[in-house]
Design a protein around this ligand. Structure first.
Ligand code: ADP
Length: 489
C-alpha cells in the first residue's frame, strides 16, 4: 500500500510529547513490513534543511487559503528505512521558537498555520502525482484532511481510492477556533453544523477527523472506551459513540532500538535483564547529579512529563507533603504551564537535597532519569496511552500509575502471592491513594527478593512496535476494502 502519515510532530525532527515518538516510529515499522510510506510535518525553526540529506522537493507550491493563494517550499529527506519525510516550509507560519505556543498560551494564528499545513500536504501529493491508498492523520492539526477529501477534493482523481484513518492521541486537544476561521480553510459554511465541524459555536478541526475519517483509532483499548463516556469524552462522547463501529484501540509501542539500556550511550552504565546490577551506577549518578545523598537504599522516584492538568502534578505535590515521614528522593523533568513551574520550583527550594526539579525539555536527561530511578511516576487524571511507563519498564524502573487509559492496559499491579505484575497502580484521583500506592511500593522495594522479581517482570515486558504496527496494517487493509460510511457524508 501507498501510505501517507501526517502529523504536527515527528521524531527525530520535532517533539513536544508522545505523539512525535509514535509518528516517528510507526512509519518505519510500516515501511519495514513492505509498504511505501511518506510522512509529512511542518518545517519548524529547529529543523535545519541545510544539513546533508535534505532536498528541495517543490520549489514553489501554490496553496489555496480561502479565496487567496499562499506559497511554500517543500523539502524532503529519505530516511535510512526508506521512508520519505516531507517538510512544509512556510517561514511566516513555522519559523518560530515553539511548535504551538509559549507557556502563556497558544499562538493566535494556529487555525491558519495548521489549515495551511493540511492543504499544503494535499497539494504536494497532487503536484507529485502521488495517489495514496491511505492517509493516516494524527490529532487535531490534521483533522481537516478527512473533511477535505470528502468535500473540496472529492472529485480529484488523485484521491479517488484514498481512505483516511484518524488517530486520536489526546481528545482534550481539539483545535477549536472562532467561526471566522472557516473561510481560510476553504471549507464552506455548510460544514458549520452540529453534525459536521461546529462544536459549541466554534470550528473544531478535531471534529473534522472524528466525523469524516473512514476509520477512527485511538491509542489504547481502555481509552477507546473512556472517550465514549461523559467523564473523558470532552463533550465529544456522543460523536464518538455514533462511530463506535469504526473505532479501534491500538496500543502504542516504543522504539526498542532508541530506548535500549544495553546500548544507550547517554546513561552512566549500560545494563540489561542479565546485568541489572549495573543499573545501580545509573542511580548513583542521578543522585549525584541532583545533589542528593548517594545511597542505594533510598528509593528514588523519577517523573518525565509535560506539566499540564492531565498529568497529576497537583496530587503529586500534595502526596509529597503527606509522605513527610518516608525516606525517598524525587527527580522531575518537565515543561508546560507556568502555574506548575512555580509550584514545583517552590517545593524544590523547600526540599533541597530530596526533590530535584528541571523545568526544561532535555531528551538526554530524560534517559538518565529512566535509567537511574527505582520508580517512575505517572499519576495522570487521564492518559490515552502513555509512553513513559513503557520506557521505564524497558529500563527496569517500576511504574507507579493511576489506572486509567493506556496505563491501565500496560501496568499490572504486582501481586506478592503470585509474583506476577510489573508495577503499582491506584484508582481514585487523589493524593491519599497515590500516597498508599507509594507506601506499598516502598515496602516491596525494601524486600530484596520481591524487588528483584518485580524488576525481572518489568524488563521481560514487550511493548515494542512489532504487534501494534501489524494491527495498523490490518486496519489499513480493512479500511481499503470496506466502504465505510463516515458520519460526515
Ligand atoms: P504525552 O504525549 O501526553 O506528552 P507520553 O507519555 O505519551 O505523554 O509521551 C511523553 C514523551 O515525551 C516521552 O517520550 C517522554 O520521555 C517525553 N518527554 C516529556 N517531557 C519531556 C521533557 N521535559 N524532556 C524530555 N523528554 C520529555
Amino acid at each position: 500500500m501507498k501510505i501517507i502519515s501526517v502529523a504536527s510532530e515527528v521524531v527525530p525532527y520535532a517533539k513536544t510529547g508522545g505523539l512525535a515518538d509514535v509518528t516517528g516510529a510507526l512509519c518505519h515499522e510500516i515501511q519495514s513490513l513492505g509498504h511505501e510510506v511518506l510522512t509529512f510535518l511542518p518545517r519548524y525553526k529547529q529543523i535545519d534543511v541545510k544539513k546533508p540529506g535534505f532536498e528541495v522537493a517543490i520549489d514553489r507550491l501554490e496553496v489555496p487559503m480561502g479565496s487567496e493563494k499562499e506559497h511554500c517550499r517543500v523539502f524532503s529527506r529519505t530516511e535510512a528505512s526508506g521512508v520519505q519525510t516531507f517538510f512544509i516550509d512556510q517561514p511566516e507560519f513555522f519559523n518560530r521558537d515553539e511548535l504551538y505556543g509559549t507557556p502563556l498560551g497558544d499562538y493566535p494564528d494556529n487555525d491558519r498555520r495548521f489549515s495551511f499545513f493540511q492543504r499544503a500536504v494535499l497539494e504536494t501529493l497532487r503536484a507529485k502525482g502521488f495517489a495514496p491508498d491511505i492517509i493516516h492523520c494524527h490529532d487535531w492539526q490534521t483533522g481537516l484532511i478527512p473533511a477535505y477529501l470528502k468535500t473540496v477534493y472529492a472529485a480529484d482523481p488523485i484521491f479517488k481510492k484514498t481512505k483516511t484513518i484518524f488517530t486520536v492521541h489526546n481528545l482534550a486537544y481539539q483545535g477549536n477556533f472562532p467561526p471566522d476561521s472557516l473561510p481560510a480553510t476553504g471549507l464552506g459554511w455548510q460544514e458549520f453544523k452540529m453534525e459536521k465541524l461546529e462544536f459549541y459555536g466554534k470550528v473544531s478541526f478535531l471534529k473534522g477527523g472524528l466525523v469524516y475519517s473512514d476509520m477512527l483509532t485511538t491509542v489504547s483499548e481502555r481509552y477507546s472506551q473512556e472517550i465514549q463516556t461523559k467523564e473523558f469524552g470532552c463533550g465529544l462522547e456522543e460523536v464518538i459513540s455514533q462511530r463506535r463501529n469504526s473505532l479501534c484501540g491500538v496500543l502504542n509501542g516504543i522504539d526498542y532500538k532508541e530506548w535500549n539500556p544495553e546500548t544507550d550511550t547517554d546513561i552512566a552504565a549500560k545494563f540489561g535483564p542479565a546485568s541489572v546490577v549495573n543499573k545501580k551506577e545509573n542511580k548513583a549518578a542521578l543522585q549525584k547529579e541532583n545533589g542528593f545523598k548517594v545511597d542505594p537504599k533510598i528509593p528514588l522516584l523519577g517523573m518525565v512529563s509535560r506539566l499540564v492538568d492531565q498529568k497529576g502534578v497537583d496530587i503529586l505535590v500534595d502526596a509529597v507533603e503527606e509522605l513527610n515521614n518516608e525516606e525517598f528522593q524525587l527527580v522531575l523533568l518537565g515543561t508546560g504551564e507556568e502555574k506548575y513551574h512555580k509550584v514545583l520550583r517552590n517545593i524544590a527550594k523547600k526540599k533541597k537535597g530530596q526533590f530535584g526539579v528541571h523545568i526544561v525539555f532535555d531528551a538526554k536527561m530524560a534517559k538518565r532519569i529512566y535509567a537511574g530511578s527505582d520508580f517512575f511516576l505517572l499519576p495522570s487524571y487521564y492518559e490515552p496511552c502513555g509512553l513513559g511507563q513503557m520506557i521505564a519498564l524497558r529500563y527496569g524502573t517500576i511504574p507507579v500509575v493511576r489506572a486509567t487509559g493506556g496505563l491501565a492496559d500496560t501496568v499490572h499491579p504486582y501481586d506478592v502471592s503470585t509474583g506476577q505484575g510489573n508495577g503499582f497502580s491506584f484508582e481514585g484521583y487523589n493524593a491519599k491513594e497515590l500516597v498508599h500506592a507509594l507506601k506499598r511500593s516502598f515496602r516491596i522495594y525494601r524486600n530484596a527478593d520481591q524487588w528483584s522479581a518485580l524488576v525481572r517482570n518489568a524488563m521481560a515486558c514487550d511493548y515494542s512496535w512489532a504487534a501494534s504496527a501489524k494491527k495498523y496494517i490490518r486496519i489499513y487493509e480493512m479500511t481499503e476494502r470496506r466502504t465505510i460510511k463516515s458520519s460526515g457524508k
